[in-house]
Ligand binder design. Structure first.
Ligand code: TRP
Length: 372
């Protein structure tokens, strides 16, 4: 079996999500939970129907609180290490759905400190530029400006710092090492950083001077922060433990791993020209057979096909259409080139619209920014 690893700073190899659920000790989202969510949302997001959001912690408890009239807030974030690609948008699109359906406030943390500290090649100037660019993508997804609070760590530090030191005081170096794998060669900024990412779990409770339940929608690689730090600390500081809802990763366009900003051909960026995006999809890894004859005879494998996974996880909301495509592909009637054509068209339509909203985002930018 291929080696794989999932940490906040590295995701590589063939992902085994069942193993992650076992190792991290999370729970699967089951039919009962899906029905409960549907009772409130009216419709289930396709990412829930298709198990893209598949794992959680305390989601039932969040719904209990909600049903007792206690609103929760959403917390998610972005490390501004580069331009936004479609894999980043996946949990954010879902977060927007949760905000809309539950009327929840959203606290969106941009960890510019983390990315500056982590990547020795990134300058503070670059990270600040990516912060701005990434926030445009967030705004373009249609979050409610009255209920959405975006902040970067360096900008909002005056408020974040006292919370972070309350947290940091309870975390030993030995815990931080075992949770995050820090070494003697790690810089001391990184060693303190987890306290900042955990701080946002309690920030709204502090700002609003009452305990507010927190639900974190994020890809499962962020789990170390919640399992290893935030959930442990919460009762010690008198807060609720933050709940989580975890997604899978949008796969790389090439074989293995997730999309990565550090290898541009594996990812479609929100600012890619439409023709470039199309080209990337046309060059993507496929589940098709080597020859036309074999493909017609044995059919393709959508489970490992990047273009199909894009449709399924991100871009084709219509279950009926998706299952038609899947059946046609499995049966060999649909060729990989044809499948890619379908995906490319959908992606281009999505990108065009996103880029339009992204331009408008500049004008309403300030409405979303939380300041001390
Ligand atoms: N560390 C995250 C990243 O590198 C950014 C982040 C901060 C985040 N807070 C979060 C992601 C909460 C998800 C949920 O991208």
């Amino acid at each position: 079996m291929a080696e794989y690893s999932v940490t906040p700073w590295e995701v590589k190899g063939d992902l085994d999500y069942d193993k992650l659920v076992r190792d991290f000790g999370t729970s699967y989202i089951d039919d009962e939970l899906r029905t409960r969510i549907k009772n409130h949302t009216g419709e289930l997001h396709f990412m829930l129907r298709r198990n893209v959001f598949f794992s959680h912690r305390d989601l039932g408890w969040i719904l209990d609180r909600f049903e007792h009239g206690e609103n929760f807030f959403l917390y998610t974030g972005r490390g501004p290490s580069g331009n936004t690609h479609l894999g980043h948008l996946l949990p954010w699109i879902f977060t927007q759905y949760l905000q809309e359906k539950f009327g929840a406030e959203l606290y969106f943390q941009i960890t510019d400190d983390e990315k500056f500290l982590h990547d020795r090649k990134l300058s503070r100037k670059q990270v600040t530029e990516f912060t701005h660019e990434n926030i445009l993508d967030i705004i373009a997804l249609g979050f409610d400006p009255k209920k959405t609070f975006v902040f970067s760590d360096t900008d909002y530090i005056k408020t974040l710092y006292p919370i972070s030191i309350d947290i940091a005081k309870h975390i030993t170096f030995s815990t931080a090492k075992s949770v995050f794998g820090f070494k003697n060669s790690s810089n001391i900024g990184m060693i303190f950083f987890p306290a900042l990412q955990a701080a946002t779990c309690f920030l709204p409770s502090i700002l609003q001077k009452k305990n507010i339940p927190c639900l974190i929608p994020a890809a499962i690689d962020q789990d170390d922060y919640w399992r290893g730090i935030a959930r442990d600390i919460a009762p010690k500081l008198g807060y609720y433990k933050p709940a989580q809802i975890h997604s899978k990763f949008l796969p790389s366009l090439q074989k293995g791993g997730k999309m990565s900003a550090s290898s541009p051909e594996t990812a479609i960026f929100t600012t890619d020209e439409l023709e470039i995006a199309e080209k990337k999809i046309k060059n993507a890894f496929t589940g098709g057979r080597d020859t036309l004859k074999e493909h017609r005879k044995y059919g393709g494998n959508p489970d490992i096909d990047s273009a199909f996974q894009y449709l399924k996880m991100l871009i084709e909301e219509d279950d009926k259409k998706l299952s038609e495509i899947e059946q046609e592909y499995r049966s060999g009637n649909l060729l990989s080139g044809e499948l890619k054509e379908i995906a490319a068209e959908k992606v281009k339509t999505f990108l065009k619209e996103h880029q339009r909203k992204r331009m408008q985002a500049e004008k309403i930018f300030d409405k979303f920014i939380l300041r001390d």
